[in-house]
Ligand binder design. Structure first.
Ligand SMILES: Nc1nc2c(ncn2[C@@H]2O[C@H](COP(=O)(O)OP(=O)(O)OP(=O)(O)O)[C@@H](O)[C@H]2O)c(=O)[nH]1
Ligand SMILES: [Mg+2]
Ligand SMILES: [Zn+2]
Length: 356
């Protein structure tokens, strides 16, 4: 397998590159992003690249490449981002509501969590909804099985939080072999590890790579929370033509346009909701509510229904904010265009030329 193929290069991507019609363009994959600078991997020695003006100025932050993206580069400048198979997008943290591309073109996302004290099924629902929402396949990794006695209880709680999603219980530190992960390590696969700080993502990445490429850090004694050891997303080549992306632990994961992902994560709630009397039922005390009936009948967990409702509200709020943000970005772009037209007209008049 040549280098590009082992990184996930395919015939459709080659056709896309050819269609760009510039033989000087070279295909590469984004390994790491520093402000304004993109580390790439591809044939030959590729220097860190910059973005072309159009990508730099693009009003949509998701138009710019992220780790895992395929790009076309010429003379150290990224000219084009290839269409993505999948994305993992989160809502920007802090005051910014702009979406943030965490990684792109990932086939399988390992949602890593600990079996220890920080285990939280509600958080898992969030991850799985975001993963499904971006089109990748989620796999839940319950790490640090060595810390608990009741592993089966954790597995069951994870299964309940994400019906139909594969759950792998393991110890990245202690297990002698990683066979349970083998189904997700087919040649050509890109894998990303996501989760809170301290759950063992980098420990597992190092195991997959067979070398200590990533630094790992202690967790706090009291609550077993991590110390945010990894600070950058990094793409690695693992043995067996697998690509692995390590990411910094997330403090919070805000959903962004993940309505379908939410439906996929909560098939049980969706099924119960199908029998609600009102199509726009919010499952919040309305008469004839199928969700309430399922809870009443003991068929559905009330916490889970509440969690679904909360995430749905969050998405609705976010969609409104995001539309407003996009509208502002478009307005700014339009202003720049009209400003340009005005200057051009003035100049034309000065030179005695006709407007075009
Ligand atoms: N007991 C136990 N500890 C583990 C296991 N896997 C990882 N650890 C430890 O957990 C701590 C955190 O591991 P990291 O791999 O740095 O965690 P991380 O998810 O990469 O954290 P951030 O980079 O901060 O997001 C380290 O001390 C690891 O040795 C495990 O299976 N069992
Ligand atoms: Mg780490
Ligand atoms: Zn209802």
């Amino acid at each position: 397998m040549n280098l590009l193929t082992s990184l996930g290069w395919r015939a459709d991507r080659a056709a896309h590159l050819a269609a760009l019609g510039d033989p000087a363009l070279q295909a590469a994959r984004v390994v790491r992003v520093a402000p304004g600078l993109y580390d790439l991997i591809g044939e030959g020695d590729l220097p860190a690249a910059h973005l072309c003006g159009a990508l730099l100025d693009h009003p949509d932050p998701l138009a710019r490449p992220g780790v895992g993206d395929w790009v076309a580069v010429r003379d150290g400048v990224i000219q084009h981002v290839f269409p993505r198979d999948t994305t993992f997008v989160r809502k920007g943290v802090g005051r910014s509501s702009a979406p943030q591309l965490v990684c792109a073109n990932v086939d399988v996302v390992l949602a890593v969590t600990t079996c220890g004290r920080d285990f939280n099924p509600r958080r898992l629902e969030r991850y799985v909804a975001a993963i499904y929402g971006g089109g990748a396949t989620p796999v839940i990794v319950l790490n640090k099985t060595d810390l608990v006695d009741d592993i089966a209880g954790r597995v069951e709680a994870a299964r309940d939080a994400a019906p139909g999603v594969a759950v792998v219980a393991m110890s990245a530190l202690r297990d002698a072999d990683l066979t349970p992960l083998a189904p997700y390590l087919a040649p050509g696969t890109t894998l990303a590890l996501l989760g809170s700080s301290g759950v063992g993502k980098s420990t597992l990445v190092n195991r997959l790579l067979g070398e200590a490429a990533m630094a790992t850090g202690d967790v706090r004694g009291g609550d077993e929370k991590g110390r945010h050891t990894t600070t950058q997303r990094v793409l690695h080549r693992a043995p067996g033509d697998v690509v692995v992306i390590d990411t910094p632990g997330m403090r919070e994961l805000g959903l962004w346009r993940a309505d379908e992902g939410l439906a996929d994560t909560f098939p049980d709630v969706e099924a119960a909701a199908a029998s609600c009397r009102f199509r726009d039922c919010r499952h919040d005390g309305e008469p004839g509510c199928g969700v309430a009936a399922a809870i009443e009948a003991g068929e559905l967990d009330a916490d889970r229904a509440a969690s679904h409702r909360q995430l749905e509200r969050e998405l609705a709020r976010e969609a409104i904010r995001d539309d407003a943000r996009l509208a502002r970005a478009r307005e700014a772009e339009w202003k720049a265009v009209t400003r340009g037209m005005r200057t051009r007209r003035k100049l034309n008049r000065k030179l005695g030329l006709k407007d075009f």
